[in-house]
Design a protein around this ligand. Structure first.
Ligand code: PLP
Length: 402
């Protein structure tokens, strides 16, 4: 059954709406300033200047040089380029070992898997029960033939924020390149590639109220990777193809706006996040918060409910207009629990009953309250139909979440 009322969009880790000022900045570049930035006449120069301005905006947000910023088609592309590019470049020096974590996005994990097929060796670091990677474990895993360490800035499912500066320091000291997937962090957390000793960083506009289909990769000066796309001279000859000018303008504007409001944004998101965590824990039994209790993205709530199947929960939430995400990925007909939830040690049945609610600046306290009311109605309803919950209630099975 389709829901018909108001949409309560709580899936901002999946994507975000383009904000009004960002859309306004982009619009002229569709049909007014439509020149190809590589051409020489006036309207082309306007496009070229817009690209330059966006590159400067991104550089200001990351504390790097504009020439260290390369625009791409998405966060996944930035991740692929960084990981495969660095691996292929350093393989020539005999460095064929890579280090990453078990909770990365598939853009990293699948890139690593491809490199393994080519003969690279990959160490997948475990995380603790809160999803944290330890800098000491990174240090211990580094070998003389290590080319790259890639650890995400913040996890997209459980929201845990990794000790990026500490890991950057470990890598710099060991002379190993450090890449971070900052797709969930950019526009929400402060980034400083100099202070944090980051050599390569991926971001994506649609996660911070910018448009879809445009990302960026920061590459430290002097780190010249193999070209991603061969062709024209765009992106300093490294990624050919006429630029997505409107998209890039949107990315630059959205990142500039988000960065100017990081503190206010965090306060607002944390208020909504903490309200939901508190209210659900107080009113619904046998529930667990996934991810670090404090080192977490300000808008991320990830909860596991005992005796619940995530997909059923999402369908009932959808009927109430609440857009959320669960801890399962529907792959090849089977519902596999998320690799992140398994990596923090959740049993399969608990991982299956997980829910991610992620807030954005456009959300209100009413949205948070509506989500809580919906869960207070839906969880008992689903539990009443659950054979697992029935056994727990009859004392025939022990609950896993107290
Ligand atoms: N990395 C992380 C941590 C993400 O959350 C995502 C998207 O969800 C990506 C990479 C991929 O970004 P894009 O959708 O722009 O390809």
């Amino acid at each position: 059954m389709e829901q018909t009322g108001k949409i309560i969009y709580l899936d901002n880790a999946a994507t975000t709406p383009v904000s009004g000022p960002v859309l306004d900045a982009m619009l002229p570049y569709f049909s007014q300033h439509y020149g190809n930035p590589s051409s020489v006449y006036g309207i082309a120069r306007q496009s070229k200047e817009a690209l330059d301005a966006a590159r400067t905006q991104v550089a200001a947000a990351l504390n790097c040089l504009p020439e260290e910023v390369f625009f791409t088609g998405c966060g996944s592309e930035s991740d692929n380029w960084a990981v495969k590019g660095i691996a292929h470049k350093l393989a020539a020096q005999g460095k064929r070992h890579l280090i990453t974590t078990s909770i990365e996005h598939h853009a990293i994990l699948h890139s690593m898997a491809e490199l393994e097929k080519e003969g690279f060796e990959v160490t997948y670091l475990p995380v603790d029960a809160d999803g944290l990677v330890s800098p000491d474990q990174v240090r211990a895993a580094i070998r003389p033939d290590t080319a790259l360490v890639s650890v995400m800035y913040a996890n997209n499912e459980i929201g845990t924020v990794e000790p990026v500066a500490e890991i950057g320091a470990v890598c710099r000291e060991a002379g190993v390149l450090f890449h971070t997937d900052a797709v969930q962090a950019a526009g929400t957390l402060k980034i400083n590639v100099q202070a944090q000793k980051i050599d390569a960083l991926s971001l994506s506009a649609h996660k911070f109220n910018g448009p879809k289909g445009v990302g960026a990769l920061y590459l430290k000066k002097g780190l010249r990777l193999p070209n991603l796309i061969d062709g024209g001279g765009q992106e300093n000859g490294r990624r050919a193809g006429t630029e997505n000018v409107a998209g890039i303008v949107g990315l630059g504007k959205a990142l500039e706006l988000a960065n100017a409001q990081l503190a206010e944004k965090a306060v607002h998101l944390e208020k909504l996040r903490d309200y939901v965590i508190r209210t659900v824990r107080q009113s619904i039994p046998n529930v667990k918060l996934n991810g670090h209790p404090t080192r977490r993205l300000p808008g991320n709530v990830n909860l596991s409910f005992e005796g619940i199947e995530g997909e059923g929960m999402l369908l009932l939430l959808d009927m109430k207009g609440v857009c959320a995400s669960s801890g399962s990925a529907c792959t090849s007909g089977s519902l596999d629990p998320s690799h992140v939830l398994l990596a923090i040690g959740l049993p399969h049945e608990i991982a299956h009953g997980s829910l991610r609610l992620t807030f954005g600046p456009q959300n209100t306290m009413e949205d948070a309250q509506a989500a809580c009311s919906a869960l207070q109605e839906i969880i008992p309803r689903l539990r009443a139909m659950s054979p697992v919950w029935d056994k727990i209630e009859k004392g025939e099975a022990k609950p896993l979440l107290g």
